[in-house]
Ligand binder design. Structure first.
Ligand code: HH2
Length: 278
């Protein structure tokens, strides 16, 4: 399976990609405030590339539960000094934004992927992605970050997410985005209880019929903390277990804050996955 992003074509058939996270925000749940300074963000991004990240996902707006939106101008101001130098170094940059205006400026600065947690909620987003030939991550979220954790309910979370992602995929294609440029993400932690997150990871294979690479971002999330009684610093092992299990079931991109450890865990998961009978 090929995922086309800007001028690149990632072959995700045999190996899953590792997407390293850099949040240029004061308030992200795990690294908020650490990389608000562009030099610190760039240094961290380069470190993640050295550890084996295939992509760097840069965000300027926290989406943690209850987070306040950040206006496009401020997102752009935070992002551009990070995107442009990385793109010049041939790093594949993904931008985590739900704003079409931010996406447009980001791709002009060299970003090759738009990671949209609202799955094209901004009516202008699909046009920007299509015109730029960028890769797109379409994620499932129930509600908005401000409201999403207020008693989320589903008939069957896996089936509901699959139907939603199929509809967003169809909408993206109808708006002119090539199918080969799209990846999908069930949105671990976005409008989901612990049981919903666990069900999605347990039954990830049910999303494979969507026919596009599946992205999973479980890294450091609170459900891992609840399962292991761990604070932020103690969630690495839980995140690696979730990533390995996701890859064994066919996830093709792992979004993580902990790149070096994840790369090693995935090599093991992939060797085991390759040895399974077909
Ligand atoms: N999770 C977060 C942000 N963006 N994008 C995708 N595609 N999938 C995810 O699971 C996902 C995402 C939340 O993590 P983080 O960026 O570390 O925190 P914050 O939103 O507080 O900046």
């Amino acid at each position: 399976m090929i995922w086309r992003c800007g001028g690149r074509a990632f072959d995700v058939t045999r190996r899953a990609l590792v997407m390293g996270v850099v949040n240029v925000t004061p308030d992200s749940f795990s690294d908020g405030g650490r990389y608000l300074d562009p030099a610190a963000a760039l240094g961290h991004a380069r470190r993640l590339v050295d550890e084996g990240a295939d992509l760097i996902d840069v965000g300027a707006e926290s989406t943690r539960p209850g987070a306040a939106p950040v206006v496009p101008e401020l997102q752009i101001e935070r992002l551009l000094p990070v995107i442009a130098p990385l793109a010049a170094e041939r790093v594949c940059v993904s931008v985590d934004t739900a704003s079409a205006e931010v996406a447009r400026r980001a791709v002009e600065a060299g970003a090759e992927i738009i990671n949209d947690v609202t799955g094209l909620g901004d009516p202008d987003m699909a046009g920007v992605i299509a015109a730029a030939g960028a890769g797109a991550v379409l994620m499932h979220m129930r509600g908005t970050p401000a409201t999403m954790q207020q008693d989320p309910r589903y008939d069957d979370v896996v089936a509901d997410v699959r139907v939603h992602l199929a509809a967003r995929l169809a909408a993206a294609r109808a708006a002119g985005i090539d199918a080969e440029r799209i990846a999908v993400d069930p949105g671990i932690g976005f409008g989901k209880t612990l049981e919903h997150n666990v069900a999605l990871l347990a039954r990830l294979e049910e999303l494979l019929p969507l026919g596009r690479p599946i992205v999973i971002g479980a890294s450091r999330k609170s459900f891992l903390g609840r399962l292991t009684e761990a604070d932020l610093e103690g969630r690495l092992e839980g995140g690696l277990a979730a990533a390995a299990i996701a890859v064994l079931q066919g996830a093709r991109v792992i979004r993580t804050h902990d790149v070096g450890s994840t790369v090693k865990a995935l090599r093991v998961a992939e060797a085991i996955a390759a040895a399974r009978p077909v």
